[in-house]
Design a protein around this ligand. Sequence first.
Ligand code: AKG
Ligand code: FE2
Length: 295
Amino acid sequence: MVALPASSRLRQQYEEQGYVIIPGLIANEEFEALREAAERTVERTRSGAWPYRRVVGKQFPPYGNDDPDSWGVQHVMHPDLGEPAFAKWYTSEGLTGVVQELLECPQENLQMELFNMLINPEKHNFALRWHRDDVKETATEEEEYNALDVWHYGVQWNTALYEDSCLYVVPGSHRTPRTPEQRKHSSTSEAPKDPMNMPGAIQVTIKAGESVFYNSNILHCATYDYSRKRATLHATMGDTRAGASRARNILQHGLKWMKEDAFRETLNEKGKAMLNRLIKMQESVNADVEYSLTN
Ligand SMILES: O=C(O)CCC(=O)C(=O)O
Ligand SMILES: [Fe+2]
């Protein structure tokens, strides 16, 4: 067998399995800065000073703001948060290089999207049901097939600042509709008692500094243990060839603030170009927000 270069092997695993783990995308000198920015951000969120968050009790957007406990922080590049380390990292060469490699995406197509952070709740365990981010659990086999067939032009990733075993995926399920058995395990709004009961499931562990890149329409779920520290950077990036196909999934998080000068001014030239592509996509679609999934 001909040995593939490492980058093609990563792309091959990503294409076949729907996920791939990649270490080393946070430079040593940035690691502490990101951890410190994360600490300050978590503290502000838990104290109620940062209103954009994922609230225990709500699995998907809109998350609302009506439970004191949080399992995520939204919009970490927001200028009001005042943490430049996040945007600096999101636009860093190592990271965008991997996205380009996995998506076979030229730099001039890279589209800025979401950048959030996933954290452990303080007082309650919580979990997300088995889902695909932009396909409803009621989708017929044909609807599911068609949705998966167009979902190539974007990638999601989790980068652990502390070891993280919250995510479960079914490898390969980004390419095929659910089997009847898998459908049974994913057609309820209840989170599973044991995620490993899902046929084909694996638990994904990423060590501090590692990233898991995944197709966000892979069948996945997650469990959150309040006693286990989590601060995991959670982001997506697109390829402009997606046209408006990613609009619902991305814009449901509420990205109007990204159009304001105060945000643009925090970005370098590369970041500004990536942002322009997002705004172009945003302006090409109807302004009404639709949600991908229901809580
Ligand atoms: O917690 C995670 O790693 C996954 C989160 C997730 O699946 C989602 O927000 O849709
Ligand atoms: Fe998800």
